[in-house]
Design a protein around this ligand. Structure first.
Ligand SMILES: C=CC1=C(C)c2cc3[nH]c(cc4nc(cc5[nH]c(cc1n2)c(C)c5CCC(=O)O)C(CCC(=O)O)=C4C)c(C)c3C=C
Ligand SMILES: [Fe+2]
Ligand SMILES: [Fe+2]
Length: 332
């Protein structure tokens, strides 16, 4: 006997949404940071140097010195709830779950915990047979977006019965993203005790070579800045931060740009980091603490770091729009 078309034993498809961010150590101590950096910096999408050359350097010079130094930096930004990057990503997933009750929202980290493999296995065990992977990077790069997707597909490789998968495209020029940045920047600037002469948009850097190899990260970051310039009345400057290693990285560099702006007469500045969806070590320690020191030391008078979108109402509205579009046909 054939089944009736609406056979009640066939459950409705369950749709999952997995927010993915970079990853962070489990604790702000040298041992945890070492474990995290070893995983992160062994990723061939991040450090594109032949394994035979890179692994001795990583396990020699880098992992014997950097964990202690980075642990100290993490201690300056760690909260009672944990690493800012993990806390903001978790809060974003929780708020998005409230806004999108028809999907199961979860979050994972590319390096460290909670791992992408563990969260995907759990979503599948809870009945998700369609999953949208959402690496939370507005600008695509192989070192962030691609490696997050790689990790998800590596986990799926071990499953006999895989869920169907979609991936979130970059949203660097999406009007909803630019609108959310604009609203967030304007509200934060209006609340400052001083009037900024300029806004600096600082992006995480990448080796310059990746641009010549075809990585769109640099161009997409430039486009975000052009659209921000069109949306805001403040003059907007752009720079790249977080230089790592000896290769030439994208320029202009953030601290050098701050010093140059002071020389050009800028005394009051607001700094935004539109390439980061959530505040983390690179924004809270490198910009809000260290870059501020540089700006004031060079002769600047007022410096304000404007926090990322994090789990703000503007962020949740943005993600709901982006995700709903990608989930078209899977949800009503
Ligand atoms: C937002 C986009 C990011 C890009 C692009 C990116 C590329 C990239 N990063 C490194 C090296 C390091 N990054 C580190 C921290 C870090 N990086 C990002 C984001 C991007 N990285 C974030 C969100 C964070 C913060 C993590 C946190 O726990 O808060 C670090 C570790 C910190 C330290 O020890 O100083 C390193 C190292 C490379 C080499 C690279 C591109 C090739
Ligand atoms: Fe990084
Ligand atoms: Fe840094």
């Amino acid at each position: 006997m054939s089944l009736p078309i609406d056979h009640p034993a066939i459950p409705a498809p369950r749709v999952g949404l997995l927010l993915i961010n970079l990853g962070t150590p489990d604790a702000p101590d040298a041992k945890s940071v070492r474990r995290y950096l070893a995983e992160f910096l062994s990723d061939r999408r991040v450090v594109e140097i032949p394994k035979l050359i890179w692994q001795p350097i990583l396990h020699g010079a880098i992992l014997t010195t950097r964990p202690k130094k980075s642990a100290h930096a993490y201690q300056q930004v760690w909260s009672d709830e944990g690493s800012p990057l993990a806390v903001h990503t978790r809060d974003t997933a929780r708020a998005l779950q409230q806004a999108m009750p028809q999907v199961m929202v979860d979050w994972a980290m590319r390096y460290g915990n909670p791992s992408i493999a563990a969260r995907l296995a759990d979503m599948k065990a809870q009945g998700c047979d369609r999953i949208l992977l959402a690496p939370l990077y507005p600008q695509y790069s192989a070192a962030t977006t691609a490696t997050a997707n790689d990790a998800a597909f590596a986990a799926l490789k071990a499953m006999r019965w895989q869920p169907a998968i979609r991936t979130l495209p970059p949203y660097h020029d999406d009007p909803a993203y630019i609108g959310a940045l604009r609203a967030s920047i304007e509200a934060q600037v209006a609340a400052l005790a001083f009037k900024p002469d300029a806004l600096l948009a600082s992006f995480h850097g990448m080796p310059e070579r990746t641009l010549h190899l075809g990585d769109p990260y640099h161009c997409q970051s430039m486009k975000t800045v052009r659209l921000l310039r069109e949306a805001l009345t403040l003059p907007v400057h752009m720079s790249f931060q977080s230089r790592f290693g000896r290769a030439k990285w994208l320029e202009p560099e953030t601290e050098a740009t701050l010093a140059k702006l002071v020389r050009e007469g800028v005394r009051n500045i607001a700094v935004t980091t539109p390439g980061f969806s959530a505040d983390c070590l690179e924004t809270l320690e490198e910009i809000a603490l260290r870059a501020k020191e540089v700006f004031l030391r060079e002769g600047g008078e007022n410096f304000a770091y404007l926090p990322c979108l994090n789990a703000s109402a503007d962020a949740i509205t943005l993600y709901q729009r982006l995700m709903s579009r990608e989930l078209s046909g899977w949800i009503d």
